[in-house]
Design a binder for this molecule. Structure first.
Ligand code: FEO
Length: 395
């Protein structure tokens, strides 16, 4: 694929990574893209680079348009290695007049690459640079996704280059939102938000409000992952607004791991009770669902019901993994319940209750525990737990 011009004199020149399957714990079965953008004006500007190993792909696409050594400025909107892994090679190839970044960006670049000799130019929110016929305004967006992050806004094109903001992991050959399957598009966008940004929701909500107050006209949004939002940029901004406010629907997620199927039987009975209440229900055994897919479902659910058999005085390893991941991303404001079977100690459901309390979730009551294999009476109690959680969701 060649470079793609999407505004006059502005090109996608990034790289497509079809093979990456793990993004710091987030499973990416569809791969990803590392988007970089080239502005050709009196001054030539490259916005972000790509991951290490993709520099030749980036340089080849730049060379479709212009000799790379003609680039004057490299704007580094975000320092994480998926966008700067190739930076040292690109700096060597380009020898830029300026590397433009935020103050935190400069600190992070120094800590990553230890290059005091690079021509850093630090910018802050509201500062602009002129490239001849265009003005680029910078907007710091701390914690979208790291402290160094910023957006670049090209005023004449109403184009927001948003690094991780409004991104998604999908190694599609298509470059624009209107060219891809709309259901998968929003599923991948939600998965990306849930697994990368959810922890920073309060800051994201503030950033969205700040951008709203700036009254920027936005014709397109060009993130560093996934597609360019050209047909309806409001669609992804509105989705981020909902996700960052953690708006939830009448939905419960039952996530569990089982040893000899007793906890699985309990989960099925809880789902039966939940279904009776008419809410949406997702049953997610951790033997079949990756933690990042569970996180995606947790993004907009009102209730989460955790189940684990007891193993070696604790919970099942996949459940411990899930809770560690979930605690880090911190979905807020849920209803919580716990269950599980046990042989002697029975610690796992109690530990799940402790997790529910630590997350400050509204508890549906003390955990439901079953010794070894559930009886019909035990399963009836599980159905009742499902009904109770469903009623709380609908209240
Ligand atoms: Fe795509 Fe936070 O890096």
């Amino acid at each position: 694929m060649n470079a793609v011009e999407f505004k006059k004199g502005i090109y996608w020149v990034g790289a497509i990574d079809r093979t990456v399957r793990d993004f710091h714990g987030y499973q990416t079965p569809s791969g990803t893209t590392y988007n970089a953008y080239l502005l050709v004006d009196d001054k030539v500007v490259l916005f972000d680079t790509v991951a290490k190993g993709f520099s030749s792909e980036l340089l080849a696409r730049i060379s479709d348009i212009i000799e790379p050594s003609k680039i004057d400025y490299i704007v580094t909107n975000h320092i994480e290695m998926d966008h700067t892994g190739a930076l040292p090679e690109i700096v060597d190839a380009v020898n830029p007049e300026k590397i433009i970044c935020s103050a935190n960006g400069k600190k992070a670049l120094l800590a990553h690459f230890h290059r005091e000799d690079w021509p850093y130019e630090v910018v802050a929110t509201g500062q602009t640079i002129n490239t001849g016929t265009k003005n680029i305004r910078f907007i710091e967006t701390k914690m979208i996704h790291w402290p160094d992050s910023m957006f670049s806004y090209i005023e004449e094109d109403a184009l927001l280059i948003s690094q991780d903001g409004f991104g998604l992991h999908w190694a599609t050959e298509e470059r624009f939102d209107d060219e891809v399957d709309q259901v998968k598009l929003m599923q991948e966008a939600a998965k990306y938000y849930a697994n990368i940004l959810l922890l920073y929701s309060a800051l994201i909500q503030r950033a969205l409000q700040n951008i709203k107050q700036m009254e920027l006209k936005i014709d397109m949004i060009a993130p560093d992952h996934g597609v360019i939002w050209r047909s309806d940029p409001c669609k992804i901004v509105d989705a981020w607004d909902n996700w960052s406010r953690q708006v939830a629907i009448d939905k419960a997620v039952v996530v569990y791991d089982t040893m000899w199927q007793s906890t699985a039987l309990m989960a099925d009975a809880i789902v039966e009770g939940l279904n009776e209440t008419g809410i949406e229900v997702r049953l997610m055994p951790l033997s079949q669902y990756h933690r990042s897919d569970v996180m995606t479902e947790l993004l907009d659910c009102k209730a989460v019901v955790f189940g684990s058999a007891t193993l070696n005085n604790g919970m099942m390893p996949k459940m411990a993994d899930m809770l560690t991941y979930m605690k880090g991303l911190r979905p807020l404001g849920k209803i919580g319940a716990a269950f599980g079977s046990y042989g002697w100690g029975g610690e796992a459901p109690r530990l799940l209750d402790t997790f529910i309390a630590d997350m400050k979730y509204e508890s549906a009551g003390e955990c439901l525990r079953v010794n070894y294999v559930p009886t019909p009476e035990n399963l009836a109690a599980c159905v009742e737990l499902g009904r109770r959680v469903g009623a709380m969701v609908k209240a």
